[in-house]
Write a protein that binds this ligand. Sequence first.
Ligand code: ADP
Ligand code: MG
Length: 291
Amino acid sequence: MKIAILSRNPGLYSTNRLKEAGIKRGHEVVILNPLKCDLIIEKKKPQIIYNGELVTGVDAVIPRIGASVTFYGTAVVRQFEMMKIFTTIESQALVRSRDKLRSLQVLSRAGLGLPKTIFTNYSKDSEAVIDGVGGAPCIIKLLEGTQGVGVILAETKSAATSVLEAFQGLQARVIVQEFIKEAGGADIRAFVVDGVVVGAMKRQGKEGEFRSNLHRGGTAEVVELTEEEENTALKATKVLGLGVAGVDMLRSNTGPKIMEVNSSPGLEGIERATGKDIAKSIIRYIERNVD
Ligand code: ADP
Ligand code: MG
């Protein structure tokens, strides 16, 4: 079959690995930059033009849409859906998962463990908000941050109040969150494909860093999930409607707490840590859904 990877950067590890895995399983693989797709919207004949040519014969798409191009990227994925082409991530699920706040709301309704979180429309009473998540130290997060940028650990109530006031002054949207101290600067990522955890890793922030992001110098190693962690990851993926997801959890004294669910999780960290062929799992997921 013909598989299109929607990616702006053909040089990325994840894009390359998916291409390689698809070819190895006997498929034709093309990489399309979603920003270069023109969408033709007319009665009963949705089409896509790429580099001046009509896109034809595609059986499945793998969206790898960066956070900075969610709007356009999602429109392209939706257009493929209109053309009745299978996608590993539905456009609706992509939009839903990109909104951290909306995701947390959906996850909380599903009864999943989360750090207690407060979202406020620039409350005048910062102290009450901080007390609401158990006081300082607490976490303050910009809603549209990625790779650990925009996540702050406020050690004291006065630090937290100043940070909140500063963000309010900038009209930035933030959430205030309970700090899960016992996680010790580490988190767990479960990589889910089609209702199965295909790999899991523990990421540890570098010395003195509470953020475990690999982009911030964290290190990753393979980890065995508890049954509760596995169930939490699978349920989160299901309620958000994702076929492929990276579910990030903190190990707390009261069980796993989900921080976020990533709809374009990178393959490099997880494949290196687990030694598993995760790209192949994604290609096989497509094969099961396209005849
Ligand atoms: P980003 O989208 O920027 O990666 P995250 O919400 O994943 O933001 O936070 C980045 C990192 O900060 C996490 O991987 C985790 O190590 C740490 N962290 C985030 N929230 C909390 C929390 N409530 N308690 C303890 N550590 C946290
Ligand atoms: Mg993260």
